[in-house]
Design a protein around this ligand. Structure first.
Ligand code: ACO
Length: 320
């Protein structure tokens, strides 16, 4: 058995900051941000929380997949930006949805998180433990961004995406994920709750810190590589893939991946211009947009691929 995506949903806050808004907050400008990143606007929470966005995205995915909350066996939430550490977001979502038969937990692999959640769900379904699984990627990144740091605040936004997986007969394509903790310093965010801090860390705040160039170089090399690994053994080549649903971090990264794979850029839908980088929410939000635009037909071959803090990266091939 494999887990087939039967429906998708997403939610982004109505409030947004465009590049001109940011140019009043830090030393930057619309032209620089568009050229270097492709981002034009990013949606930012007001009243929303990671839980409330997750619930809204989940409701839309349940409706889209014609699934009642009671049918869910498992809720998996990928996030590193829950407002509360306990209870976990998945349990809050379970309560709000009335998914009384579901168990759940959160996992954190930063921007690659949704892929890890997808792979975890597939393993549960293949082993027969669960049949119907709700996957959510949700982030309130604006809570972790230093709004005085022009190197990061221009990039990130808030939102949530969800997908419902149901057990069906089908072909399973082996996902590929990697982690390299030795590169972890390139992208960090300290916990606000620390009893003891070593002297060398005393000056560090709890904002996200990033070596942008290091992450950029890592992504343009590793993402095409891991897509190649994920395609190995599927019998498909790059030209057989209908859409590449990539983590939405930077337009230049997506374009570079397309170029290295020698694939048409039209097969790489993008929405980062509207939402910025929403970390683990970016892949499910994009998948939902592509789905709702009617761009996907049964049997289409997709690749989902992501990268992020850890550093971590991965890709998986699936049939719609
Ligand atoms: N506005 C104007 N100028 C800026 C800005 C800004 N917002 N930010 C940096 N600059 C300046 C720099 O100070 C530098 O000036 P200098 O040449 O006088 O020193 C110049 O612009 C070039 O800076 P670079 O850092 O070389 O710019 P780069 O082209 O690398 O773009 C960026 C920076 C956009 C951050 C890019 O490196 C990037 O996108 N990296 C990948 C980041 C990423 O994807 N992170 C998410 C990972 S996912 C996760 O897990 C959360």
């Amino acid at each position: 058995m494999i887990g087939k995506i039967c429906g998708t949903g997403s939610y982004v806050p109505a409030h947004f900051l465009d590049n001109n808004d940011l140019s009043k907050m830090v030393d930057t400008n619309d032209e620089w941000i568009r050229e270097r990143t492709g981002v034009v606007r990013r949606h930012i929470i007001e009243e929303e929380t990671t839980v409330s966005m997750s619930v809204e995205a989940a409701r839309r995915a349940l409706e889209n997949s014609d699934t009642a909350p009671e049918e869910l066996d498992l809720i998996l939430v990928s996030t590193f930006t829950s407002e509360v550490m306990l209870p976990c977001t998945a349990c809050e979502v379970q309560k709000e949805l009335g998914a009384v038969n579901a168990t759940g937990f959160d996992l954190n692999a930063a921007c690659t998180g949704f892929l890890f959640a997808y792979n975890t769900a597939q393993a549960y379904i293949a082993s027969g433990v669960y049949k119907t699984i709700l996957l959510i990627g949700a982030e309130s990144l604006s809570n972790t961004v230093n709004w005085e740091d022009r190197g990061t605040c221009i990039l990130f936004g808030d939102g949530a995406g969800a997908a419902v997986l149901k057990a069906e007969e089908g072909t399973f394509y082996q996902p590929v994920t990697h982690s390299d903790g030795s590169l972890g310093d390139a992208l960090t965010c300290m916990s606000r709750h620390r009893k003891y801090r070593p002297a060398e860390e005393e000056d560090l705040d709890s904002y996200m810190h990033m070596n942008g160039q290091a992450v950029f170089k890592f992504a343009v090399r590793r993402v095409p590589e891991v897509i190649g690994e994920a395609l190995e053994g599927t019998g498909f080549s790059v030209s057989d893939i209908d859409y590449f649903i990539l983590h939405q971090a930077n337009k230049r990264i997506v374009e570079s991946v397309a170029k290295r794979l020698k694939a048409e850029i039209g097969k790489f839908p993008m929405n980062l211009q509207e939402y910025g980088n929403t970390s683990s929410a970016s892949i499910p939000i994009l998948l939902d947009e592509v789905n709702r635009k009617g761009m996907l037909k049964k049997g289409d071959k997709l690749v989902m691929a992501g990268f992020g803090a850890g550093l971590s990266w991965g890709a998986v091939c699936l049939e719609w």
